[in-house]
Design a protein around this ligand. Structure first.
Ligand SMILES: [Zn+2]
Length: 478
């Protein structure tokens, strides 16, 4: 019955909203953790979260500790153990088994320390060579589910069994061959191991043909994105007479497929993007880490391909936040800052925006601004303008931003004592006339260039940072 289904989803939507907008109440949601101090006294605090008591039964090979030795296992808390367990095997093994917690099919394989809801145990299995074991375990009465989580775009990794596929492992860049990096950590990587964040960071820079030195800022780019107002579209986007379980499920699955199937395949097959990790990709949102220039390119590419995917439906689009970080920044901090950038993008009028370098612009503007960035780079490479000149544009940008702020705060006119920021056009013209190489361009072209840059700063104000900083970071020498 369609009408009761629609009524039910509306009721559920309202109930979810009520919870979302209810103030968090510690007296209702929290409580005393009994025996906490005793447990900490017995086994110490977990070194990963620093909050829960370490569990003597849960150990992990934690490479992030500075005093870590190869193969050394440390006691951690059960929750941290399970996060490491899921992260490690989820990208390495092709089959995920869900069983009852009491029965691990008699084996001693790695499993969760805390079964999910106390009722479901999880472990991973099996390469192709061990496939007879998969059959045996699938037939075992305690096996509740077995899913193929290998990458469907990589048939070479297939486990050879017809299991239901779950697109949860995303794409992870891996080393092609064994390699030993000597240096700070003397790390050894086997072929197939996930690429470390410091090596991903290094991919952001290049080597100069002239002097063999590295150039370009070595930083991670973190992208968080989601589809704007998807919940609203799911509830109201389908006409009441067409509203059915089938249509809602199809819409939901197709959106999920873009992030969980198309995106990992793109990362795997397009050499521009194959050093980008999916930390999470599915449902309607996305959390990626990669070399920062590739992440910005990917953001723009995804916006365009998503728009094609939804047949240019102008109600469906997404917003993203991109932040740049040092490779030693804790993942939690990366996530928090990128999430904050995403929230700023969502505040943009009409959403459908990108937040980058503390500026928020619509995707249409992103393409225009990045074309300007390429032009600045061309001028720089043909030595029409200098590095110093590009850096100096930052000052005019700040003044132009200040001018815009004053104009909106003082509708009757900017007070005399605040006129300083209005000088940016004159200063820019003066600096340009002195710094643009008159041998490389004739007078008319210099005037056009100055007029162009002035107009860009006038139109975009602070957002001109996007092409400017992208160019400056790309050419930066360490
Ligand atoms: Zn912990």
């Amino acid at each position: 019955n369609i009408s009761s289904y629609l009524g039910l989803t509306q009721k559920l939507g309202k109930a979810a909203e009520r919870i979302k907008f209810t103030r968090f109440a510690p007296e209702r949601e929290c409580g005393v953790v009994r025996g906490y101090l005793e447990k900490v006294g017995e086994s110490g605090v977990c070194r990963i979260c620093g909050q829960r008591a370490a569990d003597p039964e849960s150990t992990a090979d934690v490479k992030v500790f500075p005093d870590h030795k190869e193969g050394q296992h440390e006691p951690v808390c059960a929750a941290c153990h399970d996060h490491i367990f899921l992260g490690k095997y989820g990208v390495k093994q092709p089959v995920l088994f869900v069983t009852t917690p009491d029965q691990l099919n008699g084996s001693h394989r790695a499993h969760l320390s805390i079964p999910i809801f106390g009722s479901y145990q999880v472990y991973f299995g099996k390469t192709l060579e061990q496939s007879h074991e998969v059959t045996r375990e699938m037939e075992h009465p305690s096996t509740l589910r077995a899913w193929d989580i290998s990458s469907p775009w990589r048939p070479d990794q297939s486990n050879g069994y017809l299991l239901a596929s779950r697109l949860i492992s995303g794409y992870v860049p891996r080393y092609d061959q064994d390699s030993t990096v000597t240096g700070e950590n003397d790390e050894h990587h086997e072929a197939g191991d996930p690429v470390t964040l410091s090596d991903i960071c290094r991919e952001a820079s290049g080597v100069s043909e002239e002097d063999g030195k590295r150039y370009g800022l070595e930083a991670l780019g973190v992208l968080k994105a989601d589809v704007d107002d998807l919940g609203f579209h799911m509830e109201c986007g389908i006409a009441p007479e067409d509203y059915s379980i089938g249509r809602v499920a199809t819409l939901s699955r197709f959106i999920n497929n873009f992030f969980a199937l198309y995106l990992p395949d793109l990362l795997n097959s397009d050499p521009r993007f194959n050093k980008i990790y999916t930390v999470f990709g599915g449902g309607d949102d996305l959390f990626l880490i990669g070399p920062w220039p590739a992440v910005i390119d990917l953001g723009e590419h995804l916006y365009q391909s998503f728009s094609e995917y939804v047949c240019a439906n102008d109600k469906l689009h997404f917003s993203a936040g991109i932040t740049l970080h040092h490779d030693k920044t804790p993942i939690e901090q990366l996530a928090r800052e990128a999430e904050h950038a995403l929230e700023q993008a969502k505040e943009h009028k009409g959403k459908n925006a990108l937040s980058l370098f503390a500026s928020v612009v619509s995707w249409d503007e992103v393409s225009k601004l990045r074309r300007e960035g390429k032009r600045l780079l061309d001028y720089l490479e043909s030595e029409v303008i200098s590095h110093g000149y590009l850096y100096s544009l930052n000052n005019y940008l700040l003044m132009a931003e200040e001018e815009a702020r004053l104009l909106s705060d003082h509708k009757e006119g900017i007070p005399l004592k605040n006129l300083r920021s209005l000088r940016w056009r004159a200063l820019l013209a003066y600096s340009s006339a002195r710094n643009v190489d008159a041998q490389a361009l004739d007078d008319a072209d210099i005037s056009t260039l100055i007029a162009d840059i002035t107009r860009q700063i006038e139109d975009y104000r602070g957002a001109f940072r996007i092409p400017l900083w992208e160019t400056l970071y790309k050419i930066r020498r360490s």
